[in-house]
Design a protein around this ligand. Structure first.
Ligand SMILES: [Cu+2]
Length: 160
């Protein structure tokens, strides 16, 4: 075997090991995760998806609820072409867990400048968390094309 071949092999193995370490570090030490699929909405015969979502807890009571000191859960859904609720207000430093779904087509769920970036797939529940340290108004956008008025689909997170 040529010396260069050996060198290239070792370099490739070292690079793979380095990337594996980087992946482990970001997921275990920095807690960066892909938004999880946290369940499904069961649609009964004769029921529409929207009807099923609006009668399945916690989506039968969408909105913000406090889980503990500085911890909130925002239960939301996307519907062409709006999010419900349209505004979430939390104090600065709050950790917000977004639990969201769609009642019709696939929507996006994206807050620029944060790592909140999910797809809302009809019938699936998506979950992600983010700590809002800086006060301000954060725009929540749909970033999956969902029809004619897709570009108007937004909501906001107000951090005071
Ligand atoms: Cu859209």
């Amino acid at each position: 075997m040529e010396a260069y071949e050996k060198l290239f092999l070792w370099f490739s193995i070292a690079l793979l090991a380095l990337l594996l370490v980087a992946l482990a570090y970001t997921s275990f030490a920095m807690h960066v995760h892909v938004p999880g699929d946290a369940g499904m909405i069961m649609v009964k015969p004769g029921q529409t998806l929207a009807g099923a979502v609006l009668t399945t807890p916690p989506f039968d009571h969408p909105g913000l609820r406090q889980l503990g000191p500085g911890r909130y859960e925002a239960v939301m859904f996307g519907q062409a072409w709006s999010f419900y609720p349209r505004e979430i207000d939390v104090p600065a430093g709050s950790e917000v867990t977004f639990r969201a779904t769609s009642v019709d087509v696939t929507h996006g769920f994206f807050i620029p400048g944060t790592r909140v970036n999910m797809m809302l797939i009809p019938g699936l529940i998506s979950v992600t968390s983010y700590r809002f340290d800086k006060p301000g108004t954060y725009l929540l956008l749909c970033h999956e094309y969902c029809g004619l008025l897709h570009h108007t689909m937004n909501a906001q997170v107000v951090v005071k």
